[in-house]
Ligand binder design. Structure first.
Ligand code: SF4
Ligand code: SF4
Length: 433
């Protein structure tokens, strides 16, 4: 079977401090949960409960308001004991409800009711997806209701749903475990998504190293009446980025003589969440995350309740072997540095890492030694060093090139002089927009 890979640049990642991918561990339920009212790209949800109120597991506690905002639900039953203004890295703030766990669970430990959805109209499915606050869990948290609304202008039956199982960064291991442990939910979630959005075909885009997984996904989808196919893609980073993925899918489309139309790309965690919302009537109460890094005693993939604080998560992994140099949500490459161990897991968290000094490398920048590594790895064909140098100059040509960068970070990772190449280029691009 042909493997479709983007033509130039990129990097191959390996990291021995990533947790094993054979199974997940269910984390203890948190006694105290911190539930941010913005776990999505738009404005904060408006709280619909007050301090002193009792909430049930899965109950609506924040109502999304305006574009790109999403509903927020209580992951555990209990009492709202505080509302806090939550300071995030980078100086932004978020409001959060603090819940002390009390009382009995509505969902956990109960027999799962399965609700028929097959007779529901697309509009009903869209409404339910919005009500349950489902967001794109592999990205920045764009609410799916907004994604579906944006498809309104695309002609029905000219959309392909791409199920992205591309593991170009070893820190995506939690997504892999979701595929393994919740394969039926991922597939049925993709069918529901297709019905809700007028999709006419599903393509499972799977890293070629995980061909078996791809074949299992395809076999499971055969029991549904929508055309589906498997395409094996490269495992080099940034293969999962929209630009690189779309490049290879267009090549696949041409080779196979297909007409894929518009591409709706979604990942396994999001599709499993759609299944939970529609088939089980359950909002996002937990998610799989990878916990690891050189400072973590026992790295593992964990199924964690939303709102669990990362200090509690590290404690469950046997604690930290030494004081870490850096703690972050996400991978070492693209992660967001965390300043407080009380920061909670949210819908979009996929990894929590604690790194010792040796895993970070030096932080002192030096002059460029003209090694050319940044040019070699840039998938767009930019000369990151030249763009970086000229960034504050007046040349329009540089401005145009800055806009081509899609912020994959490859150039910065390989630079032996530790120059902040992609960080500077991305900032310049956003200033010029
Ligand atoms: S210049 Fe932009 S696109 Fe090229 S490697 Fe750097 S971050 Fe990636
Ligand atoms: S990788 Fe760094 S040191 Fe090498 S050419 Fe690029 S900017 Fe210069």
């Amino acid at each position: 079977m042909k493997v479709y890979a983007f033509p130039r640049g990129g990097i191959t990642f390996e990291d021995p401090t990533v947790p094993p991918k054979d199974a997940s561990v269910v984390a203890f339920l948190p006694g105290i949960s911190v539930i941010p009212l913005a776990q999505h790209t738009g404005s904060k949800a408006q709280p619909v409960v007050s301090v002193g109120d009792y909430v049930k597991e899965g109950m609506l506690i924040g109502r999304g308001k305006g574009p790109l905002s999403a509903n927020v639900h209580a992951p555990v039953p209990g009492k709202v004991i505080r509302m806090v203004s939550w300071e995030m890295a980078g100086g932004t703030t978020n409001d959060a409800l603090v819940i002390r766990m009390e009382g009995s669970f509505e969902k956990l430990g109960k027999r799962e009711e399965r609700y028929p959805w097959e007779a529901l109209a697309p509009r009903d499915l869209q409404w339910l997806i919005a009500e349950y606050g489902i967001v794109e869990m592999e990205g920045e948290g764009c609410p799916l209701a907004d994604v579906l609304a944006s498809l309104g202008s695309v002609q029905e039956d000219s959309i392909t749903l791409v199920v992205r199982c591309v593991f170009d960064d070893p820190w995506l291991v939690a997504d892999y475990v979701v595929c393994q442990e919740r394969l039926k939910a991922v597939v049925e979630g993709s069918i529901i998504m297709s019905r809700a959005s007028g999709v006419s075909r599903i393509v499972y885009a799977v890293s070629h190293k995980e061909r078996n997984l791809g074949e299992l996904l395809l076999a499971e989808s055969k029991s549904w009446d929508i055309p589906a196919s498997l395409v094996l893609v490269g495992s080099r980073y940034p293969q999962r980025n929209r630009r690189e993925l779309e490049l290879v899918l267009r090549e696949y489309e041409k080779k196979e003589g297909l007409a894929l139309g518009a591409l709706l790309i979604q990942g396994p965690a999001t599709l499993a969440a759609i299944y939970d919302a529609i088939r089980l009537k359950k909002p996002i109460l937990d998610r799989y995350i990878a916990v690891g890094g050189s400072a973590v005693k026992t790295p593992q993939v964990m199924k964690v309740r939303i709102g669990t604080r990362i200090g509690d998560i590290f404690a469950e992994c046997g604690g930290l072997v030494k004081e870490p140099q850096r703690i972050a949500f996400g991978s070492p490459l693209l992660g967001r540095t965390v300043v407080d161990l009380d920061e909670p897991v949210i819908k979009t968290s996929y990894a929590v890492i604690a790194l010792l000094k040796g895993q970070i490398g030096g932080t002192v920048t030096r002059s460029c030694i003209s090694c050319g590594e940044c040019r070699t790895v840039c998938p767009v064909g930019l000369d990151p060093e030249a763009v970086f140098k000229q960034i504050n100059g007046p040349e329009q040509a540089v401005a145009d090139r800055v806009a081509e960068c899609h912020g994959c970070g490859c150039c910065e990772v390989v630079c032996p002089s530790r120059l902040p190449l992609s960080t500077t280029i991305v900032q310049a691009a956003s200033r010029r927009n």
